[in-house]
Each structure stands twice: as structure tokens, then as C-alpha cells.
Ligand binder design. Structure first.
Ligand code: HEM
Length: 403
């Protein structure tokens, strides 16, 4: 291990250049509960599997009300979404919100989404075949969330892609592909959030007039103490599902395809043994750790390992590290589609475990069954470009040839 390694987990370029794997491996071995000083204070970085899993399940000692992302989450510090948006709430409120949101994740809805996603993926692959190739990151992968948004929110393909452009800007707020990075980050986030709210406010108006069998209608119907939810709570949770689902599934699709292309033996074996699909998808999730970390805030003074954490301290749970911890995974740096067991933490665990996990598995299954079609030949045709973010690990450009 390089002894002059600089540890800076806030540096988005380290993630673009993939240097963060070395940082995380060093921390796991030498300083597993690390105080990470920053200009405006600092945060704890927890990197071992057992510690990360323990923190996920301790919702008494650690609050989610600060949101999942360092630096005031998707919102400005003064924003009142704490306790109103699912991912940024604690029990008992979290359980109440989750029951409502969960209505949009029934088996019936999953079936509807699966049909929509299949149609879009097939059409995108046909277009790419006709053209001899495409940019997988922009032409095929975003069709997964597009199909989900169309079915869950009852919008058209064009409207779904518009929403994906907005959520992509929000998650890519440090990436010059999406925004002018010389602008103030907080302002960029606030402006994008306002645009997403505006997008959903229009749909809320339409569903109030003409309710349907979709997420927005379920949120409008929801009641708290016998009264409907305030409009803002509806908008926050629309945004939560959109931001939670749009970028994660399409970036995981890109990382998964890249891993298969870089490991042609694994790609071949998946082609010939489709029964490995579920385990391959779990390995893709572990490997890509698309949500690199999530944040919690300590609710009291307590200990993590041998480090004393103070009430109010921000604590980051590094999925990207826990998923490569050799104490949990044999040969963690090998991509192995038949890995078993594979208790990756990519969806989190505990009460906040991803409510869209089954949906993501479904979307990825549809895509990778198509990609491993024996008649389909796919290869990289140019350099990939990674998202400039320490929160979401993604690929923004991935030229491929398709035959
Ligand atoms: C590969 C795809 C996905 C990954 C890696 C992923 C990852 C995660 C993680 C790590 C959490 C836990 C956050 C925490 O503990 O603070 C989470 C929660 C959540 N995810 Fe996902 N997610 C994915 C797909 C989706 C999809 C498709 C949707 C919806 C369409 C979605 C919506 C949500 C929501 C609403 C929550 C909040 C749940 C709660 O706080 O109770 N996610 N996701």
C-alpha cells in the first residue's frame, strides 16, 4: 500500500479516477472509524462491513433526518424536509410515510413496470442495432428508470426523460457534463430541487382533478391525523422516489455492463447459464456500490469501535468499502457472478432498506437478459467517462458497438 496516499473522500475526482478504492482499503485496515476533517468541520467515515451493518440497523443512536448525503443533503440547511421525506425521516414518521410510498411498489405495479421497461429496452436496442452502436449510458440505461417513471407516475416517455434529465442534474451537481461547476453548489441544488418540485406540482394538480392508480395519487390520498398531507410533503416524496430510483438503476446498469465487458469469461458464462442471472445481478450491485455511502447523524454521545462519537456528529457508512471488505467477501476485488453468499449492502439494510430494491432487480434482470441474448454482440467502442461525484458512482458516457 502506498504510504503517501492522501485520504480525501470528498474529492469527486478521486472517484472519477477510481483512487477511492485505495483510500477505502487503507482506512478499512488502519483507521476503520476515521475522523475526516473538512473546512466546515468534518465527519466520521466508517469502512468495515460489520461496523457499517451495525450502524444501518441502529436507528435510535443514528438519525436519518440530515438526509443521506453529506453537506445538507439534496436540500439547503434551513429546508424543513426532515421528517417529511421518507429517506430523511426517523420512526415513527418514517414507518407512516413508507406505508404510503410502498403502495406504488406492489406486485401488480412491478408487472406493469416490467412490461413498460421491456418495451423501451427492446426499442432502444433495436435502434442501436440499426445504427451499429450507441452511447449505452444515455441511449439504453436510462430507459430502465424511464419505464418505471411512466408506469408509476402515469406520464409519457418524453415527460419521463425530462424528469430523468432533472434528477441527473441534481445528482451530477459537481459534474461539468450537467452543470456549470463554477456556480455555487448549494444554489445549484436548490434551483434543481425547485425545478423538480415544479415538474411534480403540475402532475399533482392533474391527479387532484383526475386521480389514478399511481404514486402521485397515493400520496394525495394519504392522511395524517385525519388530514391530507401538506403539498410539500407530497412533492418531497415524489422527489425522493425519482432521485432514489432514476440515477441508481441506470448507473448500476452501466457499471454492470462494463464489469461484464471487462471480464469476458464471466459474460460468456452468463450467456450460457441464464440461471446465474439473479446471482450476477447481486454481484453487479456489490461491485458497483452505486450509492458509495449514506449519512447518519449521531443522536447522542456514543462509541463506534474504539472511537467516541459526539451527539450531532455526521457519520458516513461506506457501502463502497463494506462491499469490498475481505472479512465478509472472499477475493473481494474479483468480479464473480456466481458469488455465494453475497450479502452486499448496496440497498442498505434495516428500516430504510431501499423500497425500490425489487423494482431495481426487475429492471436489471430485463436489461441483462437482453444483453446476454446469444444473438447479440456488444463491445466497447471508446473510452468510458465516470460521474464526478463521491456520493453516486456512475458512468455518464459509454460508447458501444452492437451487432
Ligand atoms: C440499483 C438501484 C438502487 C440502489 C443501489 C439503491 C440504493 C438505496 C440505498 C442504499 C438506500 C438506503 C438509504 C439509507 O439507508 O439512508 C435506498 C433507499 C431508497 N431507495 Fe433505493 N436504490 C436503488 C433503486 C431504487 C429505485 C428503483 C427506487 C424507486 C423507484 C428507489 C427508491 C428509494 C427510496 C424511496 C428510498 C428510501 C427508503 C426509506 O428511507 O425508507 N431506489 N436506496
Amino acid at each position: 500500500m502506498n504510504t503517501v496516499l492522501t485520504i480525501d473522500l470528498t474529492d469527486p475526482d478521486a472517484f472519477v479516477e477510481q483512487r477511492h478504492h485505495d483510500m477505502l482499503a487503507w482506512l478499512r485496515e488502519n483507521d476503520p472509524v476515521h475522523w475526516h476533517a473538512t473546512e466546515d468541520g468534518g465527519f466520521w467515515a466508517v469502512t468495515r462491513y460489520d461496523d457499517v451493518a451495525g450502524l444501518y440497523t441502529d436507528h435510535v443512536g443514528f438519525s436519518s433526518e440530515g438526509g443521506p448525503m453529506l453537506g445538507g443533503s439534496f436540500r439547503s440547511q434551513a429546508d424543513p424536509s426532515a421528517g417529511r421525506m421518507l429517506v430523511a425521516s426517523d420512526p415513527p414518521r418514517q414507518r407512516q410515510i413508507r406505508q404510503v410510498v410502498h403502495r406504488a411498489f406492489t406486485n401488480r405495479m412491478l408487472g406493469r413496470i416490467a412490461r413498460q421497461v421491456t418495451e423501451l429496452v427492446d426499442a432502444a436496442v433495436e435502434r442501436a442495432l440499426a445504427d451499429g452502436g450507441c452511447d449505452f449510458a444515455t441511449d439504453i440505461a436510462p430507459e430502465l428508470p424511464a419505464g418505471a417513471v411512466m408506469a408509476m407516475m402515469g406520464v409519457s416517455h418524453r415527460e419521463a426523460r425530462e424528469l430523468i434529465d432533472l434528477t441527473r442534474k441534481m445528482i451530477g451537481f459537481r459534474d461539468p457534463v450537467y452543470v456549470d461547476t463554477s456556480d455555487d453548489e448549494r444554489l445549484l441544488l436548490a434551483v434543481t430541487q425547485a425545478e423538480i418540485f415544479e415538474y411534480f406540482a403540475e402532475i399533482v394538480r392533474a391527479r387532484r382533478r383526475d386521480p389514478g392508480d399511481d404514486l402521485v395519487s397515493f400520496l394525495i390520498e394519504a392522511e395524517r391525523n385525519g388530514r391530507p398531507w401538506p403539498e410539500e410533503d407530497i412533492l418531497y416524496n415524489c422527489m425522493n422516489v425519482a432521485v432514489g430510483g432514476n440515477e441508481t438503476s441506470s448507473y448500476t446498469a452501466c457499471s454492470g455492463l462494463l464489469a461484464l465487458l471487462e471480464n469476458p469469461g464471466q459474460f460468456e458464462s452468463l450467456r450460457h447459464r441464464p440461471e446465474l442471472m439473479d446471482s450476477a445481478i447481486n454481484e453487479i450491485l456489490r461491485w458497483s456500490s452505486t450509492n458509495a455511502y449514506v449519512m447518519r447523524v449521531a443522536t447522542k454521545d456514543l462509541w463506534i469501535g474504539d472511537r467516541e462519537v459526539r451527539e450531532g456528529d455526521s457519520v458516513t457508512l461506506w457501502n463502497a468499502s463494506a462491499n469490498r471488505d475481505p472479512s465478509q467477501f472472499d477475493r473481494p476485488d474479483d468480479f464473480d457472478i456466481s458469488r455465494s453468499p453475497n450479502r452486499h449492502l448496496s440497498y442498505g439494510i434495516g428500516i430504510h432498506r431501499c423500497v425500490g430494491a425489487m423494482l431495481a432487480q426487475t429492471e436489471l434482470g430485463i436489461l441483462f437478459r437482453r444483453m446476454t441474448d446469444p444473438g447479440l454482440n456488444i463491445g466497447l467502442s471508446g473510452p468510458v467517462r465516470r460521474l464526478r461525484s463521491n456520493f453516486i458512482q456512475g458512468i455518464t458516457r459509454m460508447p458501444v458497438v452492437l451487432r
